[in-house]
Design a protein around this ligand. Structure first.
Ligand code: MIG
Length: 811
């Protein structure tokens, strides 16, 4: 099945591994070597980050890449010893370079060896029988062979649907719009992140193979002790992240490729979409239903039918006569409106966007120099050359037709790019991206995987220019490594199938392990009809996604939370309310992700790399480190197996306590999904509200399940939009909960930062405490508290106070 949408196979040729190298020169952080016409360079960018580049045909080293956000690194103290067998060491790791033949490997001060070249095959070039005109600028295929260490397991690889562990698999990196109803057996779909996170004996390192041609990895499939990273053309450029815990690898990887920006807080609320809400009255009706039914919702979508004949940057004035009025009235009810856009620009001489794009030479070309045309929704279209900075600027300026009407965010679709002729194909490899005046034109085959990222980039930059004081909200379907700094990624067209509910978990966890943390699948499923039970279970899972949006295809059954009546509507309401209450927790996780690249939803292995049982846990996940969620993914059942890793966990609904590691059978009837809270770890909650900003966040509740031992957690708050947080206008508090010989002590640290949340009080809600305390003190004075036997709940009401506060419950 997978083959039908792969691009043509790599050209035939003879692989030539690098042989004897000559040391050319070196400085504090780099060593250059030559093997005939090939230059190889090893650079220490940071103590735990090395970059290796191999440049065939006498090309000078060039690391420019759409993936790379950071080029200026602090000086590193790297020491070089040896001449044939070179050691190039920082305080954290050593690159070992043998010159005859040229082979590279790494080790850390504990003696662990990793990312070692395969001795026989190393890296090199495929010599083509006779280079034709087309292949000339692409260069020859390049390859890198590494040894697989004993027991090494591979994770990551970006958007993949088939589980977590990639060991023994073949991975293709080539963005496609897959045929309808893709399944877990598919390989490459919409976006490409050629990055692996390896675990060996519980210790991590990462390898990013930065190449925007078609890339393929063999992760010990053909041979158990060898892996292969290859590309159809270009250079070998790869980065080794020395680790040794997954969070350090992700931290450096996202420092290199860019971090997820802080989202506008409203965008973390529940969102509702459909292909399409066809006219203004239908959209208002959906909005009215949310408010009347008391189901929280922050955002509504307009899919392609809002446009005039699918012409990008236009409105259909019959169905949406006054978009500005509509959008501002919805805004008063607390809804943001987001519109879709596709890259295809209709070829139409009466359409200014097309005419201007042509006149300014901003479209992709054929090899003959004609405008490249293909068919998408509007009919015959031209395609912006987003590699050209001027095109990106122009596209961003055109966004005014939407932002001037009050559109809150932009959803980029079809940007693999997806074409209709032949069906769901992409641009032929020889389409030319001229790149603008002075640029070196590129064949599509050279930059294919970046097309989606570059479109998203132009949208984000445009939004920032139009509304410099607001955080942009942009969504993309396709992209390349580093796409996380431009937009969130939603995962395209899933199906309303139980299999897809399961599949969403590995898919989002794989993305999170590859830097793309802000992501979500269509809740309820896109293709086919949903049903009540599937929607309810999908929503039980979906509200924990970093991006939570319900969406479905034209002609399918209605899929809004109320569409299937009771009991499903109540389950959806309960879950969406829970999400709304959890926003301060999610927001705190987004800030952590923004600062360190740590994913928001995490596979268990991210926190417990030393526990190999977690490597297979693809149907449960952590949200931050305080919540473990194990959704039901089959109809008609209420029980499932859950693996609880090391630590003490309380069942959210009953408070029942478990000591991990443990395999348990969870009872999870509809509306009570299996959710566990790490004990002594505070989960901040908002009061109930129907949308962000509906009422002040007062009181803010800190929910805790205390148990003998201790735990720490953080609450991050800021204005929820804008950039003042960068100047220190945020509030960060640490919460330490210690339970010692039955006494529960909760300490709120002094508030860091200059932001003052507007509220009178903070509530501490301690659950599953089986006896009534004798007294509860706040900073040694009697507190305002009560105790409820049902649920063993102690509620302590604290006045908001940025100073250190200690609460003690004594028994
Ligand atoms: O060819 O805009 O993945 O979310 O509703 C289908 C219509 C085009 C694909 C997107 C989907 C969207 C649909 N689009």
């Amino acid at each position: 099945m997978a083959e039908i949408f792969e691009s043509p196979p790599s050209q035939e040729g003879r692989y030539q591994p690098l042989e004897r190298a000559k040391l050319l020169d070196h400085d504090d952080r780099s060593i250059r070597m030559g093997v005939g016409l090939v230059t190889v360079e090893a650079t220490a960018l940071a103590p735990d980050l090395f970059r290796i580049g191999m440049f065939p045909d006498g090309r000078p080293p060039d690391y420019t890449s759409e993936a790379v956000a950071k080029e200026d690194w602090e000086p590193v103290a790297a020491e070089m010893t040896g001449d044939e067998e070179i050691s190039f060491s920082t305080e954290a790791a050593t690159a070992h370079i043998s010159l005859n033949p040229l082979r590279v490997s790494f080790s850390d001060p504990s003696g662990r060896t990793f990312a070692a070249d395969d001795e026989e095959l190393g890296m090199g070039v495929v010599e083509l029988p006779d280079a034709d005109v087309f292949s000339a600028p692409m260069g020859s295929p390049v390859r890198l062979y590494k040894r697989r260490e004993e027991g090494e397991r591979y994770f990551g690889c970006g958007e993949r649907t088939s589980g977590l562990d990639k060991t023994g698999s073949y991975q293709v990196f080539w963005n496609v719009d897959p045929p309808a109803g893709h399944t877990a057996s598919f390989n490459n779909i919409y976006s490409s992140v050629p990055f692996t996170l390896s675990l060996v004996n519980g210790r991590a390192y990462g390898l990013f193979f930065d190449n925007t041609h078609r890339v393929e990895f063999d992760l010990a499939k053909a041979s158990v002790d060898r892996v292969y990273y290859g590309a159809e053309g270009g250079n070998v450029v790869y980065y080794v992240f020395c680790g040794s815990v997954p969070s350090d690898v992700l931290d450096r990887y996202t420092e290199l490729t860019g971090r997820t920006p802080m989202p506008p807080l409203w965008s973390l609320g529940y969102q509702q979409c459909r292909y399409s809400y066809m006219d203004e009255s239908e959209l208002r009706e959906v909005a009215r239903n949310f408010r009347e039914r008391d189901i929280p919702c922050d955002t509504l979508y307009l899919d392609i039918d809002y446009m005039d004949g699918y012409r990008v940057f236009t409105w259909n004035r019959e169905t949406f006569p006054e978009p500005e009025k509509l959008i501002s009235e919805l805004k008063e009810q607390g809804f943001n409106v987001v519109t879709i856009m596709d890259p295809g620009v209709k070829v139409d001489l009466h359409y200014p966007v097309y005419v201007e794009g042509g006149e300014r030479d901003l479209f992709c070309k054929t090899v003959q120099g004609e405008e490249f045309h293909n068919v998408v929704w509007p009919g015959i279209c031209a395609f912006p050359d987003f590699t050209n900075p001027e095109t990106r600027e122009w596209w961003g300026e055109n966004l005014r037709t939407l932002t001037d009407e009050g559109v809150a965010g932009i959803w980029c679709d079809m940007n693999e790019p997806s074409l209709f002729v032949p069906r769901q194909s992409t641009m032929p490899g020889d389409v030319v991206h001229p790149g603008g005046p002075g640029a070196e034109p590129k064949y599509h085959a050279q930059i294919h995987n970046t097309y989606g990222s570059l479109m998203a980039r132009s949208v984000r930059e445009g939004l920032l220019r139009h509304r410099p004081d607001e955080r942009p909200f942009a969504i993309t379907r396709a992209g390349y490594a580093g796409l996380q700094r431009h937009a969130l990624q939603w995962t395209g067209d899933n199906s309303s199938w139980w299999e897809h509910l399961w599949m969403s978990m590995p898919q989002l966890m794989n993305m999170g392990l590859s830097g793309v943390a802000w992501a979500g699948v269509d809740v309820g499923g896109f293709f086919d009809d949903c049903d009540g039970e599937l929607l309810a279970r999908f929503t039980e899972f979906g509200v924990f996604q970093p991006f939570c949006r319900n969406h479905t295809i034209k002609g399918s059954k209605q899929q809004e939370p109320w569409a299937f009546g009771e009991p499903y509507e109540s389950v959806c309401r309960k879950m969406i309310r829970l999400r709304q209450r959890l926003l301060p927790y999610l927001y705190t996780l987004f800030e952590e992700c923004h600062r360190t690249g740590t994913p928001i939803i995490r596979p268990l292995l991210f926190e417990y790399p030393y526990d190999e049982t977690t490597y297979a846990m693809d149907d449960e996940f952590l949200v931050g480190n305080a919540l473990l969620v194990a959704p039901i993914t089959r109809p008609g059942i209420e029980h499932r197996h859950v693996y609880l890793p090391d630590g003490t966990w309380s069942h959210l609904w009953s408070g029942e306590r478990f000591e991990g590691p443990a395999h348990i059978l969870a009872h999870a009837p509809l509306g009570e999904p299996a959710i566990y809270v790490r004990t002594n770890t505070a989960v901040p909650l908002w009061p109930e509200m129907n949308h962000v900003g509906e009422r002040p966040v007062d009181p803010l509740t800190l929910l805790l399940y205390p148990a003998e031992g201790s735990g720490e957690s953080t609450l991050y708050e800021d204005a929820g939009n804008g950039f003042a947080y960068q100047g220190g206008e945020y509030a960060r508090r640490h919460v330490l909960c210690e339970v010692l010989r039955g006494t529960i002590a909760v300490r709120l640290s002094v508030c860091e930062g200059f932001f003052t949340p507007e509220r009178e009080s903070i509530h501490l809600e301690l659950r599953a405490v089986n006896t009534r305390p004798k007294n509860v003190l706040v900073n040694d004075d009697e507190a305002d508290w009560d105790y409820e036997e049902v649920g063993g709940r102690i509620l302590v009401r604290l006045a908001e106070d940025p100073g250190e506060t200690t609460v003690e419950a004594r028994f």
